[in-house]
Design a protein around this ligand. Sequence first.
Ligand code: NAI
Length: 302
Amino acid sequence: MSQSVRFEDKVVIVTGAGGGLGRAHALLFARHGARVVVNDLGGSAQGEGANASAADRVVAEIRAAGGVAVANHDSVTDGDKIVQNALDAFGRVDVVVNNAGILRDKSFHKMEDSDWDLVYRVHVEGAYKVTRAAWPHLREQNYGRVIFTASTSGIYGNFGQSNYGMAKLGLYGLTRTLALEGRKNNILVNAIAPTGGTRMTEGLIPPHVFEQLKPELVSPLVVFLSSEQCQDTSGLYEVGGGWMGKVRWERSLGVGFDPREGFAVEDVAANWAQIGNFENAVHPADNIEALQQMMLNLQKYV
Ligand code: NAI
């Protein structure tokens, strides 16, 4: 494997790096020369309890391989402490990989407020807190890379994961705006929707496929997106099993009615197939492009 993507002068925070995907990311960053803050609260997959040994074990692995890492055992909801730990240990922070996560799967009619709130807190508030604490440092040094971990459960929906899907697609919304706000300070922000055989997916994926979906197969994308070489921002990438691809919005050309005359519910019904016809679909990359079709319709009539 080429080792020319290097992080010798970079400090990387990987949250939830005590196991699963985060551990694989942390190990690969260290192999590429980064100094790594291995954060993990060490609780259960459902977000109960805490245990320092998860992060400590990964730091020991990194050090045994000749890499540089420190452990952090705070919850991502205390993001300022994690960033402070990076500053105390290494004097800077360059990359934030928001990876920590839990599941509280329940069908919506059985969902309790506590399941909804905890999933929101770890995924959304946690990613917010860590990124918000790092942001002034990234701005000041005119360099930063931020990765958010979304999910196909957010992009496409998944039975029993309304809380999780909400949180994961929320992180993509956060990605899009932070990409815009970060650009002038060379802070690039991307999201991944990974699939990997971890404790989170154990029992959900058939065992022979689980074996093949090694977490290590996700990390090269994360490390590349976090590198100086990568100049793309605002992206969403599905990745797993050795495959990766980019996701974008697609919208039908749609149907324009005369806004002066008003139009009826029956007009919507009569044009329903065309409204959803993806022939000649467009792929708006930003808000301006997204509004274009609407503005053209106004110009046509008004
Ligand atoms: P995992 O359960 O092995 O790893 C998640 C890690 O986050 C654990 O080590 C856990 O202790 C840590 N964590 C949980 N709450 C924390 C908190 N408040 N503060 C700090 N650390 C905390 O699961 P996996 O699969 O490695 O998941 C990593 C990320 O990838 C998660 O965000 C997950 O939602 C996402 N993901 C994983 C998929 C998969 O196929 N494995 C699919 C889609 C998304």
